[in-house]
Design a protein around this ligand. Sequence first.
Ligand SMILES: Nc1ncnc2c1ncn2[C@@H]1O[C@H](COP(=O)(O)OP(=O)(O)OP(=O)(O)O)[C@@H](O)[C@H]1O
Length: 216
Amino acid sequence: MVIIKNLKLEFSNKIIFDNLNINIKENQITAIQGPSGIGKTSLFLCINSMIKYEEDYKISGEILYKKDNKYIDILKLNDDEAQELRKEIIYVSQHPDLLPMSIYENLNFFAKTHNIKNRNEKIIEVLKQVYLYEEVKDVLNKSALKLSGGQQQRLILARALLLKPKVLLLDEPTASLNESLSKKIEQMLKELKITIAIISHFESQIKDISNVRYLL
Ligand SMILES: Nc1ncnc2c1ncn2[C@@H]1O[C@H](COP(=O)(O)OP(=O)(O)OP(=O)(O)O)[C@@H](O)[C@H]1O
């Protein structure tokens, strides 16, 4: 689904990674591991073409993405094409980037921007999917920024699910969750049966959910 070939990334002439080869297979969960600062998040930003907004970077190699049974090179997309790509390949950051709006509007605004029909139904569906609905159903009009770290993390995951992504790039999605919620989210991710790449520092999580792992 996403084939990374000989990828090299530099920031200000400092090599972050070089000769990186990764195969993110369709409908599998691929774990990306490695010590802090090795370049895991930067790799995800390359895959969803966000790296182009960073300063003083250099990139070479190929990131091939299977779209309509043809492979396109993500590194060669123009801005409009990259924007379209980000509706299919969604990056869920470890730092929730919620808007200063209500919990509901954070989802509704996003859904409107993407012309999603039956928004109310779908918002409830994704909130239930990430096990957040019961916690927020009576406070949907309260600010999303007042939610706890773990609730915010589930809210941005719910927002990503609204778009029915083809590829989910998850950056430590359960870092702020307790063990029981983490397990539920892991199970949900497995049941999604879509292509997922996940950065995680939890060895047990990687063992439980990933089909293949890469160490950076
Ligand atoms: N925009 C940027 N400009 C310059 N250097 C950067 C930039 N973004 C990241 N870096 C550097 O690139 C390296 C890789 O960072 P990155 O965040 O990808 O690592 P990571 O493996 O995801 O780390 P962590 O596990 O701590 O999140 C780090 O040394 C970081 O300081």
